[in-house]
Design a protein around this ligand. Structure first.
Ligand SMILES: *Cc1c(COP(=O)(O)O)cnc(C)c1O
Length: 416
């Protein structure tokens, strides 16, 4: 996308404006499939961006296409709206209720990640009530591999998964739950690992752990989900990694640990959210006011943590290193001056609404448009959309340079 094209979109549709390019979604999907063995299944983690056209792009095509990883009835609806079938979906999450499981099973979902004995029993009960099968992968909380970066989700006490240490004690009851067929295991040990060696060693560790549990405890291994952790920049400049060695390393590890994987006796799956969609998205936001106080200059934007909260709900408060760039041609042509440090604030009445501190930009004036890159994942739906009552940002989807759709999330109260 050229700066001129961004400026035109900002003019035509207003700001704040999310712009997604489906061509980039498809390139990311291609790169990730190229990094995985030919037999591997890939689930798109819908939470990264449930926009129906993005999810739909990941499902479409004649070659290798994604399935959907969901963990709520809202995400189920998003997946179905994107054209996935119930049987394309893997339903995960530590707090699944009987009601939502019932909804999911009625929609044809039959693959689940089971997080505990109670979860498994509930899955079995609901499946029996609907006279359907529930294929369950046990989510494992095991001892960690050596990866140290990123959000770690196993190996420490958490609400997720079966503790590997105590699995032997519950294995008999796990395998005997009426209505719930244990078909394999699921791990999601880490997120956002740009370090390829760390990622590989984590995958090797996971495959080894699953094989060990198969041997020692008779855990079935017809379907295994090895997890993900594929990285992408977030609201900052940069490019997503292209993993050159993962595929071969996985083939070795699977040959060693999961010998039936090449022929489909063991289906191996992976999950990804951010890698697939992050670099498809840009947020365009306008300067509404510039204020200088002492040595500091603040540019107040029309988008703040209400539209770009990302990660704030995940305990990673902004400012992360958000790196916006100035979109040219500037609506306010003619002004300029030496680049200077500026703090980028949002419009909310809370001092926490800061997107970036001391970024060096040409001197900003009201009406200038900034572009925040790499924000196709964990954008609007990961933000504090309702806080302070501003409308959700518009979202434009492009394909082959043409506008495919323009939409906006709606958040109205309905009385029960
Ligand atoms: C969030 C999540 C993902 C996606 O994580 P990314 O870092 O966006 O790839 C995949 N699987 C599970 C179980 C998740 O909770």
């Amino acid at each position: 996308m050229t700066a001129e094209a961004y400026a035109r979109l900002a003019r035509d549709y207003g700001t704040p404006l999310y712009v997604y390019d489906l061509d980039r979604v498809l390139s990311a999907r291609q790169d990730l499939f190229d990094a995985l063995p030919e037999q591997a299944v890939l689930y798109y983690a819908v939470k990264a961006n449930p926009h129906p056209e993005l999810a739909s792009a990941l499902r479409e095509g004649n070659g290798r296409t994604c399935r959907a990883e969901i963990s709520s009835t809202g995400e189920l609806s998003a997946a179905l709206a994107a054209g996935f079938t119930g049987s394309d979906c893997l339903y995960t999450g530590p707090g699944k209720t009987a009601e939502e499981l019932s909804t999911a099973m009625r929609a044809g979902v039959h693959t689940f990640s089971a997080e505990s004995v109670g979860d498994l029993r509930r899955l079995g009960r609901v499946a029996l009530a609907h006279d359907v099968r529930a294929e369950c992968m046990l989510r494992l909380n095991g001892t960690p591999g050596r990866a140290s970066t990123s959000i770690r989700m196993t190996g420490v006490p958490s609400q997720f998964g079966f503790d590997v240490e105590t699995l032997p004690e519950v294995m008999d009851s796990v395998l005997g739950v009426p209505g719930a067929t244990v078909v394999g295991a699921h791990c999601f040990p880490l997120s956002n690992s740009a370090d390829e060696d760390a990622l590989i060693s984590e995958f090797e560790h996971t495959a080894g752990l699953m094989a060990h549990l198969g041997r020692e405890l008779g855990l079935p291994l017809r379907r295994v989900d090895i997890g993900g952790g594929f990285a992408a920049p977030y609201a900052a400049a940069g490019v997503r990694p292209v993993y050159k060695n993962v595929r071969e390393a996985l083939e070795h590890a699977f040959d060693r640990h999961l010998p039936g994987w090449r022929t489909g006796e063991t289906e191996v799956a992976f999950e990804s959210g951010r890698y697939l969609v992050a670099d498809s998205g840009v947020l365009l936001t306008s300067v509404t006011n510039v204020k200088t106080t002492g040595d500091l200059t603040f540019a107040v934007m029309d988008a703040g943590i209400n539209a770009l909260g990302g990660m704030s709900g995940l305990g990673r408060l902004l400012p992360s290193p958000v790196t916006p760039t100035l979109v040219h041609p500037r609506p306010s042509a003619g002004v300029g001056g030496e680049p200077r440090p500026v703090t980028i604030a949002g419009p909310l009445c809370t001092p926490g609404d800061i997107l970036a501190k001391n970024v060096v930009l040409p001197q900003l004036v009201e009406g200038d448009v900034l572009a925040v890159p790499n924000i196709g994942a964990y954008g609007p739906t990961a933000s504090l959309l309702l806080f302070l009552g501003r409308p959700a940002p518009r979202e434009v989807v492009l394909r082959d340079g043409e506008v495919l759709s323009v939409s906006r999330l709606d958040t109205n109260r309905t009385y029960a």
